[in-house]
Design a protein around this ligand. Structure first.
Ligand code: CTP
Length: 153
């Protein structure tokens, strides 16, 4: 019988931490099922993504280590998903340690170490800082041009 692993996430701006986790989870069994948070569910969590749900789930479902990706639409679907997919392990990154222990009567629950130094939140902050710097450069260039024009008139 196939050992099915189950996990969930938003996977915004898909990065190496996501890939490492999914590959390590897949290595625990034969098939990996991944719930990808919908934009509506993220809105409930006050989480805004850069990348739309349709693209996020497509990226995850195309990975070699992923057997099937499906929408995560609410907090309560995990128990029925465990049954529906016949999962033997529920796994998440260590930032969730302890948060899903209530699923232990249904299957094994594991928390794997996160990859250090990368997160979607940090990537979004870097993009915002980059945009801020670019804006500063444009303002400085505009001020310089104005100074030139003023000095000629
Ligand atoms: N994850 C990981 N290592 C990272 C980042 C994420 O192992 N460096 C794991 C999380 O623990 C989770 C899964 O990847 O089990 C999906 O996480 P997600 O929340 O989508 O990614 P984050 O980069 O943590 O996003 P955010 O910063 O918005 O929380």
């Amino acid at each position: 019988m196939k050992r099915v692993i189950l996990t969930y996430g938003t996977f915004d701006m898909f990065h190496i931490g996501h890939l490492n986790l999914l590959k390590r989870l897949r290595a625990l069994g034969d098939e990996l099922y991944v719930g990808v948070s919908t934009d509506e569910f993220n809105a409930l969590k006050n989480k805004r993504t850069f990348i739309a749900f349709e693209s996020r789930i497509k990226i995850v479902s195309e990975l070699r280590c992923v057997t099937h990706a499906f929408p995560e639409e609410n907090w309560d679907q995990k128990e029925s998903d465990i049954q529906r997919f016949n999962a033997v392990i529920f796994g998440m990154g260590s930032d969730w340690a302890g948060k899903f222990d209530h699923l232990k009567p249904h299957c094994a629950v594991v928390y794997l170490d996160r990859t250090e130094g990368v997160s979607s939140t940090e990537l979004k902050q870097s993009v915002a800082a980059f945009q801020q710097n670019k804006l500063k450069e444009v303002i400085e260039a505009a001020e310089y041009l104005k100074m030139l024009v003023d000095s000629l008139s």
